[in-house]
Ligand binder design. Structure first.
Ligand SMILES: [Zn+2]
Length: 101
């Protein structure tokens, strides 16, 4: 135990804002700070994906619903939303926008 820190931000993005609100992880239900949780927004349509392309070709307007999920770090890592990076890699790439799924 010491005063060494793994990350200067403590894995958060709040800066000097003080306390931030809590959100619930969509998978495990853990209460996590809003600035620490990973926000995943996905557009889903209620249309059967098998006929989706067909409908698109016909030029039909497909209603999409926006679903926003919050993931705690454990669940985000487990589901591949974020990846575990080495200390050096973290230094090299500050903010890597990975487009997965
Ligand atoms: Zn979780």
């Amino acid at each position: 135990m010491g005063l060494t820190k793994k990350r200067s931000s403590g894995g958060r993005s709040k800066g000097g804002k003080g306390r931030s609100g809590m959100v619930q992880c969509s998978y495990c239900g853990a209460q996590v700070p809003r600035d620490k949780a990973k926000k995943v927004t996905r557009y889903t349509s209620l249309v059967d994906p098998r006929i989706l392309n067909e409908l698109k070709e016909m030029g039909a307007r497909i209603t999409r619903t926006k679903t926003t999920k919050y993931l705690c770090i454990s669940c985000a890592v487990h589901r591949g939303v974020v990846n575990i990076r080495s200390k050096e890699e973290r230094k090299l790439t500050r903010r890597r926008r990975s487009r997965r799924r």
